[in-house]
Design a protein around this ligand. Structure first.
Ligand code: UDX
Ligand code: UDX
Length: 464
């Protein structure tokens, strides 16, 4: 099959940047990104590139080069499904919030809806590519829906998980460590795999494109994220030991990371990992293992989540105990709300959980994040349903810069490692704070000695 038109269902953090790069590298392809959310599509089409729905360094440039040429954003889902030979499904797959598997399994509602839509609309053979992270064997379910509800056209399913990390998405897409494509071993399966390989070959070296069977590909995505998250929970567990013993976790991380068998990446201790993937994918892995009776395997991976939750709680608890066991009525400034720097994404950000615990103690929180809107911050907290919206509004404020957020604060908590926090005028901040002035550095971005010289009491993670 010759692919000339591509459609991607889901214009989110994955669909948007991935399709922008595919379009940029394949000027002969027409790429249509469709979404049910009209507002999101309008933002993607905005002439002001600072209004794109997601913040990702370098994305605006690629969009300006491709949009309107061979990259289009639209809500006309049916039309673009129909005229494309290849359709990517890149809708969100959140953790289920109801029924069997609640709090653990992936909610495949949107994937199923997408498959049903494709089946209903397709009048010619299609290659359907899973981009969303999915539990193992989802391809079989998609295939079933397509075959049973379609009108006799043939569907070939591929799994092509995305390994981009937010904040570095454009680089990750341009020079990926690997591109993984899973498909059926039948002759039509092999042809479909080749069609997708050819698209990536426009810019990815052949040796970096890995083809596997469908299930290996689906499982590899979950396992890659589980391994990455496991490293963070491992170093975070050691951070607690360091705080109690006088060892410095960063010195430990450096010492172990220089062993080439361990390697130095993903050993940065933190207030806990966040993002839309790690927790969800591990919970998925745990759910799958448990549901096929592998209790020991499930418990092993679940421990990564347990340590992450513990790390968030521990950070909030440290603030509380350091401030003489009461934060009620005290102002605590939060620097950062996003789950990491260089993104406006806040899904599962540790900041949400730390704020929740401190608000339970009746603290007043004032937040500054360079890219996250105040609407989003309130929505994140309101979703937890720990307090009414009014209570959140009364206790929590959002500021437009770090100086306002920190004015008259008793303590500062650094939740995201934004570069600009390193170059703040810390003397000015200190002078306008309540004394003693504390800094709880959830990302270890500041030099302990330097801020202590100003007068702050500094508490880094994994540092006594
Ligand atoms: C991606 C992956 O798809 C997910 O599986 C992975 O685990 C995390 O990253 P992401 O792009 O980050 O999801 O999600 P999001 O930014 O929420 O975008 C999904 C888009 O799909 C939204 O814009 C939503 O409106 C759209 N959508 C959802 C549809 O167009 N149709 C639907 O039926 C459901
Ligand atoms: C992750 C995977 O890296 C990516 O391959 C996959 O496609 C999606 O999930 P993402 O969630 O965007 O990407 O960001 P990542 O850079 O992995 O960070 C996840 C969380 O871990 C962040 O909260 C980050 O601050 C934290 N982290 C990361 C640490 O605490 N320490 C580290 O050493 C690295």
């Amino acid at each position: 099959m010759i692919v000339k038109n591509i459609c991607c269902i889901g214009a989110g953090y994955v669909g948007g940047p991935t399709m922008a790069i595919i379009a940029q590298k394949n000027p002969n392809l027409v790429v249509n990104v469709v979404d049910i959310n009209k507002e999101r599509i309008n933002q993607w089409n905005s002439s002001d590139l600072s209004k794109l729905p997601i913040y990702e360094p370098g994305l605006d440039k690629v969009i300006s080069e491709t949009r309107g040429k061979n990259l289009f954003f639209s809500t006309d889902i049916d039309k673009h499904i129909d005229k494309s030979e290849m359709i990517f499904i890149s809708v969100n797959t959140p953790t289920k919030t109801y029924g069997d598997g609640k709090g653990m399994a992936a909610d495949l509602k949107y994937v199923e809806l997408s498959a049903r839509k494709i089946a209903k609309v397709a009048k010619t053979d299609k290659i359907v590519v899973e981009k969303s992270t999915l539990p193992v064997k989802t391809a079989a379910a998609i295939k079933n829906i397509l075959d049973e509800t379609g009108s006799g056209v043939r569907f070939e399913i591929l799994s092509n998980p995305e390994f981009l990390a937010e904040g570095t998405a454009m680089r990750d897409l341009e020079v990926p460590d690997r591109v993984l494509i899973g498909g059926n071993e039948s002759s039509s399966g092999k042809k479909a795999i080749k069609a997708l390989v050819d698209i990536y070959l426009s810019w990815v070296p052949k040796d970096n494109i890995l083809t596997t069977n469908l299930w290996s590909s689906e499982l590899s995505k979950l396992v890659a994220n589980a391994f990455l998250a496991q490293r963070i929970s491992s170093i975070n567990s050691i951070s607690e030991l360091c705080e109690k013993t006088g060892a410095d976790v960063e010195e430990v991380a450096k010492a172990i990371g220089m062993d080439s068998r361990i390697g130095n990446k993903f050993l940065q201790t933190s207030v806990g990992f966040g993002g839309s993937c790690f927790q969800k994918d591990i919970l998925n892995l745990v759910y799958i293992a448990r549901s096929i009776g592998l209790k020991k395997v499930a418990d092993y991976w679940n421990q990564v989540i347990i340590i992450n939750n513990h790390q968030r709680k521990r950070f909030a608890k440290r603030i509380l105990t350091s401030l003489y066991n009461t934060v009620s009525g005290k102002k605590i400034a939060f620097l950062g709300w996003a789950f990491k720097k260089n993104t406006n994404d806040t899904r599962e950000s540790a900041s949400i959980y730390v704020a929740d615990l401190l608000l339970d103690e009746m603290a007043n929180i004032d937040i500054y994040d360079p890219k996250v809107s105040s609407d989003k911050i309130y929505r994140d907290l309101n979703l937890l349903a720990s307090r009414t919206e009014n209570e959140n509004k009364t206790l929590l404020k959002v500021s437009q810069n770090a100086y306002d957020a920190c004015e008259n604060a008793h303590a500062i908590a650094i939740l995201t490692e934004w570069d600009e926090f390193k170059t703040i005028d810390w003397n000015r901040i200190y002078n306008n704070m309540n004394k003693p002035a504390f800094i709880f550095d959830g990302r270890n971005i500041l030099e302990k000695k330097q801020v202590e010289k100003i007068g702050f009491i500094y508490k880094g993670i994994g540092k006594s």
